[in-house]
Design a protein around this ligand. Structure first.
Ligand code: AHG
Ligand code: MN
Ligand code: MN
Ligand code: MN
Length: 337
């Protein structure tokens, strides 16, 4: 097999004149290196003393796992000194983290979910890391970066990606010109290009939703899922399979591989129509990847990447996957409102 490493792939992309300036290329390499370190840490499991909870809550109101904090610190340490960032923000940190004065300040903003699916850690199932890169506003170069600088709609992301720590460790990347997949060769310690062009296959009838929340959903979502469950004898005239991994990256990886749809809808326990998932750390980066792979990503009213964020930790309903199936689901939401 002719092996193309991540470094070579990125340099060749840059030479081809794609929208990948050297500073962004280096930033992506640093994030990918941090994901390697997270992968090795997760793999040690009980032997590394990394399992279990810390007995404290994060800003999301969730009990933090040890690995949430370890992975957050790995990403922070790896990215702080490189000179390409102006500031970072994370699901696990209440406030933004401006680059300290001892390091040069760059023009990018890095937003990340250090461990996605952290309830899977202790039961040895897939977890991941999600990241999104934005450009700091030009006028921010002469002053301190603020939270408001981060509040940009997802369509302004210049890159997004995720790593999955599963049976294999894989990295999926986009910088707005398609979606590329890499597999970690653990012996060499190198990311190798294994999926040069990822597109979502059409026609696979599989949905992912946490069914235990069914009674709380809006009528349109109830109706959509009920018709999927009705199978061949129902109005969709089609049997559907169901999967729910508890880790959004793993569900997205499955959709990129074999198609289908993922829903984490708003439900009645959150009367302001917010969902559970975070716009900046989860919905925007995964929405960009799904769109770049030919799919669609919406909340229950419109395109996720067009939402103007109002706060860093904002939550949002998420429906994403195969474009035709997302459009079908959207018809139900419009009718059920
Ligand atoms: P995180 O571990 O970063 O807090 O994210 C978990 C998210 C997402 O990955 C997953 O799809 C969803 O929460 C699972 O929620 P349920 O526990 O309601 O199934
Ligand atoms: Mn969390
Ligand atoms: Mn997450
Ligand atoms: Mn997380």
């Amino acid at each position: 097999m002719h092996r193309v490493s991540l470094s070579r792939f990125l340099i060749e992309q840059q030479r081809q004149g794609t929208n990948l300036p050297p500073e962004l290329r280096l930033l992506i390499e640093v994030v990918a290196r941090a994901c390697k370190a997270i992968s090795y840490t997760i793999n040690k499991g009980e032997l590394g003393g990394v399992l279990g909870s810390l007995g404290q809550q994060n800003v999301q109101g969730e009990v933090q796992k040890k690995l949430d904090v370890i992975a957050n610190d790995i990403l922070l340490d790896a990215n702080e000194w490189g000179g390409n960032l102006a500031a970072l923000a994370s699901e696990e940190m209440e406030a933004i983290h401006p680059i300290p004065h001892r390091y040069p300040k760059g023009e990018y903003l890095l937003v990340y979910d250090p461990i996605d699916g952290s309830s899977n850690i202790d039961v040895n199932l897939s977890v991941g890391t999600i990241f999104s890169v934005l450009k700091a506003p030009e006028e921010a170069s002469g002053r301190a970066v603020t939270e408001a600088d981060f509040l940009q709609a997802g369509r302004h992301q210049v890159a997004a990606g995720y790593a999955i720590y599963g049976p294999q460790t894989t990295l999926v990347l986009t910088f707005g010109k398609g979606v590329f997949g890499f597999t970690l060769d653990r012996e060499v310690g190198s990311w190798v290009l294994t999926q040069p062009k990822i597109t979502i296959p059409a026609g696979h009838h599989e949905f992912a939703v946490n069914m235990s929340n069914q009674r709380h959903w809006a009528p349109g979502v109830q109706h959509y899922v009920a018709d999927c469950l009705a199978g061949k004898d129902g109005p969709r005239r089609q049997d559907f399979n169901m999967r729910w991994t508890g880790s959004m990256v793993a569900d997205v990886q499955r959709i990129l591989t074999r198609g289908g749809i993922f829903l984490y809808p708003w439900d009645a326990r959150e009367p302001d129509r917010a969902g559970k998932l975070r716009l900046m750390y989860e919905a925007n980066p995964l929405g960009m990847i799904i769109e770049q792979a030919g799919g669609a990503a919406i909340d229950d009213t419109g395109r996720i990447l067009d939402i103007e964020p109002s706060s860093l930790h904002q939550r949002v309903a998420v429906i994403l996957g195969c474009a035709a199936e997302v459009a079908k689901a959207a018809e139900y939401f419009t009718r059920g409102r």
